[in-house]
Design a protein around this ligand. Structure first.
Ligand code: VG1
Ligand code: CO
Length: 583
């Protein structure tokens, strides 16, 4: 058995290590600075209660982006030096974000040990490579992202750090082969356990969904589908689940080999960045001639996001979660005894609210970021939740789950078509969405992103918007002058959230303008970017009249968009005449 020693290293604080919406995300060049990763990892260990570190089991893995391997070896050595007993690593360092959550919750090691938490190495939908982003975040023993109380502590620790501990003489561990390597240190044995990246997750999915009925749908000659992993980690799960378990054809999968730079692309599943899928699904100009598949989907780098498409049809993520919630009990065995409640993030459209009201379900509106759903799920009051940013999930884990969302949609399609597989035409994604609108009304929705704008200008814009809320009368006047045909403003504020479970309060979670007809404008600064600022503008309008739910959403929202852009003086303040991304 290899012996190792522990070194204490002096260090000093490095600025800017405040975790954002989902962990610390910076350029690889920043992470490669001496002590940068070390400081953050030690600050995290110091923020956790000692028994969650000393003698504990911790997971480390991620989406396989550039710098992951190096980071994993550093974290292993630091964990050993901090008294961690055992480190679990997905083979090749790969685990999707939802798989990490599942492994923390489900996996049992030697003597039935469970993990106390885990480091997820990802910058999610941000590009990867030597000049792009790397990221790290810590998830707790419930499998969910560390709550603000912990991330605040981590940050404070990074501002005062003086030392870290590392087992410098511990050799690098081969993480490409499954198996356990044991070492001995001052506090006894230390194990590195490399395991299959997909087993636990696949087992969990099989316990939630009826794979047999999905298999039948996929086998129907009338059904065809296309899944795009955008070269992220979703590819390894897609191969196992869609090909091996569900019998789909290999040609159904595109970009399903993980690459450390995501093939140079932006691993963000939306209409702008998932170009190849969008073309295949008949949603780009160049694809007007083809016959697209019935169903299409994509994931982001760490596979917690999903985009769902039908033949020439885009499903907004806000509609997607509402439709999953409305159909879950019938179509998904895991929910057959009913939903405990549903939740959405504040900027997500109110489509889910209408379903909750109709089905008499508990409903919660939380700030942006998955960490806020965890408490609700742990308290047993939330089964299905989602965000407008292509995030959908349930209480099977404590992260959003890209593959789960696809299986949920396939389940709904399978259920709706179970007696129709021999029929002339399958019930399509578009049919399901349009029926939903007919029943519940439609929430027209769009989000404008202005990426990498000057941080000072973004701050100025937000401050001015908050100031504009001080007088509702003046605000109403200003809006009327911009567009006389939009409804009157009923309320304007900054969203503040009091967690119903632990009573903690989160302030400044987005600037809201609420109109009398249910329309909403929301402005937020992104907390996941790594340079400059990203302004997000969320625009929503409710239409109850079934005769009017079939409009083009950009047309329907044009008046509100005009109000949003003029009210915020976005062009004047940022110099941007158009957003970088529209979803
Ligand atoms: C964005 C999304 C938010 C999501 C977060 C993490 O945050 O808006 O809804 O939870 O990314 O998703 P922000 O602060 O940039 O708006 V992921 O897939 O990047 O972990
Ligand atoms: Co992600």
């Amino acid at each position: 058995m290899v012996l190792f020693t522990v070194s204490r290293k002096e260090t000093s604080p490095i600025q800017g290590q405040k975790p954002g919406t989902s962990g610390l995300r910076k350029k690889v060049t920043v992470f490669k600075q001496p002590n940068y990763l070390h400081n953050f990892v030690q600050a995290t260990f110091n923020a956790l209660s000692p028994n969650k570190v000393r003698g504990a089991t911790i997971v480390v893995s991620g989406d396989g982006r550039y710098f992951s391997e190096e980071a994993i070896q550093i974290i292993i050595k630091m964990a050993a030096a901090n008294g961690v007993k055992s480190i679990w690593v997905g083979q090749n360092g790969l685990l999707s974000t939802p798989a990490v959550s599942a492994v923390i919750r489900e996996r049992e090691g030697k003597d039935a040990t469970k993990a106390a938490g885990g480091f997820i190495l990802t910058a999610s939908h941000n590009p990867g490579g030597p000049h792009e982003d790397f990221g790290i975040k810590y998830n707790m023993e419930n499998g969910g992202p560390a709550p603000e109380g912990i991330t605040d502590k981590i940050y404070v620790n990074t501002t005062t750090i003086k030392e870290y501990f590392i087992a410098e003489d511990l050799p690098d561990v081969d993480i490409s082969t499954v198996g356990t390597t044991s070492f001995t240190g001052p506090e006894g044995s230390f194990d590195v356990d490399v395991f299959d990246s997909t087993d636990h997750y696949v087992k969990l999915m099989k316990s939630i969904f009826d794979f047999e009925s999905i298999k039948k749908l996929l086998a129907s000659p009338k059904f065809s589908f296309c899944y795009d992993a955008l070269h992220g980690v979703a590819g390894i799960y897609a191969k196992r689940i869609f090909l091996e378990e569900l019998g789909a054809d290999e040609s159904s999968l595109i970009n399903c080999t993980p690459k450390d730079d995501f093939g140079g692309g932006h691993p963000d599943p939306n209409l702008t960045y998932a170009k190849e899928l969008v073309t295949r699904m008949g949603l780009s100009k160049s694809s007007s001639e083809i016959d697209p598949p019935e169903f299409g989907a994509a994931a982001d780098g760490d596979a917690d996001r999903n985009m769902v498409l039908g033949k020439r049809f885009f499903v907004t993520p806000s509609d997607s979660v509402a439709i999953i919630a409305a159909n879950a009990v019938q179509a998904i065995p895991y929910f057959s005894s009913g939903l405990k409640g549903v939740a959405r993030s504040m900027p997500t459209s109110a489509a889910l609210d209408v379903v909750a009201k109709n089905l008499n379900l508990k409903f919660f509106e939380v700030p942006t970021g998955w960490k806020f759903f965890g408490n609700l799920m742990d308290a047993g009051v939330c089964s299905v939740c989602g965000e407008e940013s292509f995030g959908t999930g349930s209480d099977h884990i404590r992260e959003k789950d890209g593959i789960w969302a696809v299986l949920a949609w396939l389940s709904i399609l399978a259920f709706r078509n179970k007696d129709n597989l021999e029929g002339d035409k399958l019930v399509s994604v578009q049919d399901i969405v349009q029926e939903h609108w007919a029943t519940y009304g439609r929430h027209y929705y769009t989000r404008y992103d202005y990426e990498n704008v000057d941080a000072g200008a973004a701050k100025q814009l937000m401050t001015a918007l908050v100031e504009s809320q001080s007088s509702l009368t003046d605000l109403t006047e200003t809006v009327k002058k911009i567009r006389a045909d939009v409804a009157e403003i009923a309320e304007a504020d900054e969203f503040e959230y009091k967690d119903p479970v632990d009573g903690s309060i989160s302030k400044h979670q987005g600037i809201r303008f609420l109109f009398r007809d249910g329309s909403r404008l929301v402005f937020r600064l992104s907390g996941t970017g790594s340079e400059g600022a990203t302004i997000r503008v969320y625009i929503e309008q409710y239409e109850k009249d079934p005769a009017k739910t079939g409009r083009d959403s950009q047309d329907a929202l044009a008046p509100l968009v005009e109000v949003a852009l003029k009210l915020s003086r976005i062009e004047e303040l940022t110099g941007r005449s158009a957003p970088t991304v529209i979803t």
